[in-house]
Each structure stands twice: as structure tokens, then as C-alpha cells.
Write a protein that binds this ligand. Structure first.
Ligand code: GDP
Length: 194
């Protein structure tokens, strides 16, 4: 089995925008197509959100969304897994999460139809106990029948047991039905001490 991040170059964190002390930061990460942008779009609607800055990349960029009302910067990290090209962003994301002391929370998105994939495991193992406390969010829950959703959620919870600095609870979301967003917002508020 080849390791996902072994050969890719590490970028230094001075490539990323500087943290603004007036803003709390939370980041969202997950495989490409897991529903990060859709979720961020919905969860960040405490007020108006403006895209403020991008981390330059070749195929996809990390995007900063600033919410002036609640003073939170939401960071949409480049997706991992999926294609060989997407993999090159793994180490950058890893480096960012490890070194960004201003990050209050890291939301790890998992597609409710599939549960943990190898690239999720790889990413979490590489990260180890570095970075902020992680919270797993199951996305696209509207696409999974209730009974299956319960099974998947319980599988994901047991998969989490081997990782450090990750909440044992799993938040179930659907950007289509807007379920789970109250819980997610509450979680963000607690993390950011809003
Ligand atoms: P990203 O690549 O992780 O940012 O994923 P996107 O947010 O762009 O979503 C990828 C695809 O999944 C899009 O076609 C979305 O419309 C769809 N999608 C995202 N969230 C949901 C959801 O909660 N339910 C359903 N049914 N589709 C979703």
C-alpha cells in the first residue's frame, strides 16, 4: 500500500493568509465531493459571509469565508482522495492544520453513504494528535435510509476510536434538507466561545 502523503512536497505555513486575532477560525476538510462547499454555504449563514481570500493551488484552492457578524473565518480546505491530482494538496492541508494555532475546530466530513474511506483514515493517521479537536460530520444524510444511517453512524463512531483528539459523537447533516445544522452551529459557537 503506498502512503498518500509520502512523496508530495510540504509547503510552509507562511503561504497561508495570516490569522486575524479578531476572528475565530474553523476549518472543514474531507474527500473531494463530500459536500464541503454546500455545508459551509449553509452553516456559515449566521449573517452575510464573504469569500475573503484563497490559498493559491493548481486544481483547487482553500477558501476563506469571513462572517463579520459572528467574527468567524470558515476555511474550506482542498479536498483529498479521489484523484491523484487531489492528493498533492494533502501535505499542505496537513501542514496547515498542524501549525495553525488559531484554529479552534476542525470538521472532518464523511459521506453518509460510504462511511470512512481509506484516504480519511490515512489523513487522520498522519495528523495524529496534532491540530485542534476534530469533529466528524456525516454529510448527505438525506440520501441514506434511516436504518442504514444508524448502522453507518455506529460504524463511523467505532472507526473513530483509534484516533486522538477527535470527539466521540458524530453530527448527522443534510445540506439538502438542512438537518443537523442547529447542532453544528451550536458546536461552532462552543468551540469559538461565541
Ligand atoms: P465539495 O467538493 O466537498 O465541496 O462538495 P460540494 O459541496 O460541491 O458537493 C458535491 C455534490 O454533492 C454537489 O452536487 C452537491 O449538490 C451534492 N451535495 C452536497 N451536499 C449534499 C446533501 O446534503 N444532500 C444531497 N442530496 N446532495 C448534496
Amino acid at each position: 500500500r503506498t502512503r498518500l502523503f509520502a512523496k508530495a512536497p510540504l509547503l510552509h505555513s507562511n503561504k497561508w493568509p495570516r490569522p486575524d486575532p479578531a476572528y475565530a477560525e474553523v476549518a472543514v476538510i474531507g474527500r473531494s465531493n463530500v459536500g464541503k462547499s454546500s455545508l459551509l454555504n449553509k452553516v456559515s449563514q449566521f449573517g452575510t459571509v464573504a469569500r475573503v481570500s484563497n490559498m493559491p493551488g493548481q486544481t483547487k484552492e482553500a477558501a476563506w469565508y469571513r462572517n463579520k457578524k459572528v467574527k468567524v473565518d470558515f476555511i474550506d480546505m482542498p479536498g483529498y482522495g479521489h484523484s491523484a491530482r487531489a492528493r498533492i494538496f494533502g501535505p499542505e492541508a496537513l501542514d496547515f492544520v498542524r501549525n495553525r494555532t488559531s484554529l479552534r475546530g476542525l470538521y472532518v466530513l464523511i459521506d453518509a453513504r460510504h462511511g470512512f474511506k481509506w484516504s480519511d483514515h490515512e489523513w487522520l493517521s498522519e495528523l495524529g494528535s496534532a491540530g485542534p479537536m476534530k469533529q466528524v460530520v456525516l454529510t448527505k444524510c438525506d440520501l441514506v435510509p434511516d436504518k442504514r444511517l444508524i448502522e453507518i453512524a455506529s460504524l463511523v463512531r467505532s472507526d473513530l476510536e483509534s484516533y486522538k483528539r477527535v470527539e466521540r459523537k458524530v453530527i448527522l447533516c443534510s445540506s439538502a434538507w438542512l438537518t443537523g445544522f442547529q447542532e453544528l452551529r451550536k458546536d461552532i459557537c462552543q468551540r469559538c466561545k461565541l
